[in-house]
Design a binder for this molecule. Structure first.
Ligand code: GLC
Length: 478
């Protein structure tokens, strides 16, 4: 089976969040299970030179975009056993960062067209093009509309995975119409039209053969008006083709037994873990004391991640004998608020406004608890990483958080973390207080760590689920 992943980011080249993490680790596991899987990405300026130096040019051609002809180079390299292709156009992609430009619509229409046009030049005809998030959302649309009668493309099936429904790629209709050259019928209400604009995500949801998202609960939630981001109707219509497959993580890469960023290696020894905490406390200027529970947060500082709840009861949280460490970048209002709060509470709280892999690993390995009170969460990677580093997750029961964290039950002694249901700051506060109480009860804490030990967060099961979906699509639907 030939599978082509199309995405807008991937570790180890460029990554802004969970999507890049997934695209960077899932293909290896799918390949292990016997599929020929390759990945195609934009060649961004931010890709480190050491990778760019290894790339070779596979082919060059031009594509028609509106009235212009645009250069398109396809470069390739092998990394960690995976074959990667990069769409090269310096005008569109040789800029700092990945997204957020005024011409993102044009950049990603170009990318989608370039991928489709590149296929005959790759010596690799995919059975399935597996697209991820809106930046590759027009591929299923254009494939059906413009390529269906071409022999090379005729049998290609498409899968679209929703990593986050909030970001949809909505642009003025005339712009997408002239760039894609799709006819008027594609801009009607039963197609790309969305509140008088055109929506790339909506296109993908209608035209791909199968839709997946990254947890079962999120798959249910996005069919409701609460979480459907105004596409719930479109999604509900396709529910028989919609599957929830949980994300995994690269358990070799994230492992406190071998992680070079973990000074005192450990697996289940909380004693060793606390030695790491002491070193980290010293490093970031907090009082050094292995008995004070440290609560870590690592995520983009955006509304989705629940920072409003934390801000609302921050004073009460800091009244407890705890330490709070926040790492991430995002919206200015959160960055300023939490930086300022850390200045005022410097003996209890540290805020680091950075996207920093090393510090992230230090927080996972030093924290006793990992807080993720998300407003919504398609899957969430932080809680999976926290399991690996034996930090106990405190989460809101939404999306993938609900599917991966089993609430601690004081009567049965079962559970892998602490959870609350409503998006309510005091519910979160009480849950944190409960976790802190349990932390001081050695027996309880050990039984939670024992349950965490048994959780499997590897890609093994999810990769098998993707493979069986691919097989179903290629062999059964054909
Ligand atoms: C997005 C989602 C996150 C998910 C990740 C990878 O970043 O917000 O929940 O884990 O994509 O699928």
């Amino acid at each position: 089976m030939n599978i082509l992943f199309v995405a807008s980011e991937s570790a180890p080249f460029v990554k802004s969040g969970g999507l890049g993490e997934v695209i960077g680790s899932l293909p290896k596991q799918i390949k292990k299970k016997g599929a020929d899987i390759r990945v195609i990405l934009p060649k961004y300026g931010d890709i480190p030179e050491k990778f760019k130096n290894k790339m070779t040019t596979k082919t060059e051609f031009t594509i028609q975009l509106d009235w212009r002809n645009q250069y398109c180079g396809v470069q390739e390299l092998q990394e960690n056993g995976i074959h990667y292709y990069f769409i090269d156009n310096e005008f569109y992609f040789k800029r700092p960062g990945l997204y957020g430009y005024g011409d993102d619509g044009e950049r990603f229409v170009y990318f989608n067209k370039a991928v489709l046009e590149a296929i005959p030049h790759l010596d690799f005809i995919p059975d399935i093009i597996h697209c991820h998030d809106w930046q590759s959302g027009l591929i299923p649309v254009c494939l059906k509309a413009q390529y269906a009668d071409k022999p090379m493309y005729r049998n290609i099936k498409t899968i679209f995975t929703i990593h986050n429904l909030k970001y949809q790629g909505v642009f003025p209709k005339p712009l997408l119409k002239s760039l894609t050259d799709l006819d008027d019928s594609y801009f009607a209400n039963d197609s790309l039209e969305f509140f008088d604009q055109a929506n790339c995500m909506k296109g993908a949801l209608i035209y791909s053969d199968v839709i997946t998202t990254v947890s079962h609960t999120y798959a249910e939630e996005i069919q409701t008006s609460d979480c459907g981001e105004q596409l719930e109707g479109v999604i509900e219509k396709r529910k028989k083709d919609l599957y929830g497959i949980l994300n995994g993580i690269d358990v070799k890469n994230y492992n406190p037994v071998t992680d070079p960023n973990v000074r005192v290696k450990y697996q289940n020894s909380l004693f060793n873990k606390r030695l790491n905490k002491e070193r980290f406390q010293k490093q970031i200027g907090l009082p050094v004391n292995k008995d004070i529970p440290m609560i870590g947060m690592v995520s983009r500082l955006v509304e989705q991640k629940g920072y409003d709840l934390v801000a609302h009861v921050l004073d009460e949280i800091l009244e407890m004998d705890i330490q709070l460490v926040i790492l991430g970048t995002g919206e200015k209002k959160y960055e300023l608020f939490f930086e300022d709060a850390a200045k005022r509470n410097s003996n209890k709280m540290v805020t680091i406004i950075k996207f920093d892999e090393v510090l992230a690993r230090k927080i996972y390995s030093s924290s006793d608890m990992f807080l993720m009170p998300s407003l919504f969460e398609p899957c969430g990677i932080g809680q999976l990483l926290s399991y690996q580093y034996r930090a106990v997750p405190i989460v809101r029961e939404t999306g993938g958080l609900k599917d991966t964290v089993k609430p601690y039950n004081q009567y049965s002694g079962e559970g892998t973390g602490f959870t609350f249901v409503n998006y309510n700051a005091h519910d979160m506060l009480f849950t944190i207080q409960r976790a802190v109480e349990c932390y001081h009860n050695k027996e309880v804490w050990h039984s939670i760590i024992n349950s965490i030990k048994k959780v499997n967060v590897s890609w093994d099961k999810p990769a098998r689920e993707y493979i069986s979906l691919y097989k179903q699509l290629v062999f059964v639907l054909n």
